[in-house]
Design a protein around this ligand. Structure first.
Ligand code: ADP
Ligand code: MG
Length: 248
């Protein structure tokens, strides 16, 4: 069985069917790039996986355990246990504005690991900040950082909880172009370390370089799925071709 299995996932907001019938698998170490036009359901799909949205139907399992099976959710504790294996990074960073960089990482960690002593938490925090090149900013507030730096801190904060999979929702689209590179290179480094990731992105060259597989979403469906080579050099679906032609 795949590490993550999504089958016939459905989600509506009132009458609006946002996810119509989504199925895909993620293996350990995969980097799945999700591409598609605005409004196609990419964010909703990620938010459903991490239990930020209520799923309307279908099945999702992670590491052999069901989050939801045929439209029936597992008990809350199980859902919580499953989603605790996931870290998410949002377009808008979502750091706590009143907490220093260090506290942004350490506060959620200590809520989840009540037994761990402060010196050990400091050490884990240091190593995560070092990983994203932000250790020297440990004691500043997010407002003193550039968008790229804030997003690197947000990645470190998600990694601090030792996730088995990272979900990224357009992690660079709120950034000025000159700041996207530093964030993408952190994500590339995670890929090198074989972190399992689903990355919603409009950065096609990044998707091409880093993804093991690419999903093209359109109007609540995955219209095409393949290797970067297949999707970018030989797309089969006319909608995929039209979408990609915007990026040439
Ligand atoms: P994408 O991330 O691909 O741009 P989204 O998942 O954000 O797409 O949105 C898919 C569709 O769902 C859009 O039509 C959007 O307007 C709608 N939508 C998203 N969130 C909500 C919500 N909370 N309530 C109502 N409609 C929503
Ligand atoms: Mg979105």
């Amino acid at each position: 069985m795949s590490f993550i299995s999504v089958r016939n996932l459905k989600k509506s907001y009132g009458k609006l069917k946002v996810l119509k019938d989504i199925s895909f698998d993620v293996e350990k170490g995969d980097v799945i790039a999700v591409i598609g036009s605005s409004g196609s359901g990419k964010s909703t799909m990620l938010r459903c996986l991490i239990d930020l949205e209520h799923i309307g139907g279908g099945s999702v399992s992670v590491d052999g355990e069901h989050l939801i099976e045929d439209g029936k959710y597992s008990p809350r504790e199980k859902v919580k246990e499953i989603t605790s294996k996931m870290g998410m990074v949002f377009q808008s960073f979502n750091l706590f504005p009143h907490l220093t960089v260090r506290k942004n990482l350490e506060m959620p960690y200590s809520l989840n690991n009540k037994q761990t002593g402060i010196s050990q938490i400091n050490a884990i925090c240091d190593s995560m900040l070092r990983k994203v090149g932000m250790l020297e900013k440990a004691n500043v507030l997010p407002s003193k950082l550039s968008g790229g730096q804030q997003q690197r801190v947000a990645i470190a904060r998600a990694m601090m909880l030792n996730p088995e999979i990272m979900l990224f929702d357009e992690p660079t689209s709120a950034l000025d172009p000159e700041l996207t590179g530093e964030v993408l290179s952190v994500i590339k480094q995670l890929a090198k370390e074989k972190m399992t990731m689903i990355v919603v992105t409009h950065e096609m060259s990044f998707a091409r370089d880093v993804a093991t597989r690419v999903l093209f979403m359109d109007d609540g469906l995955i219209l095409e799925e393949g290797t970067p080579e297949e999707i970018f050099t030989n797309p089969q679906n006319q909608r995929t071709k039209d979408f990609l032609s915007n990026f040439i």
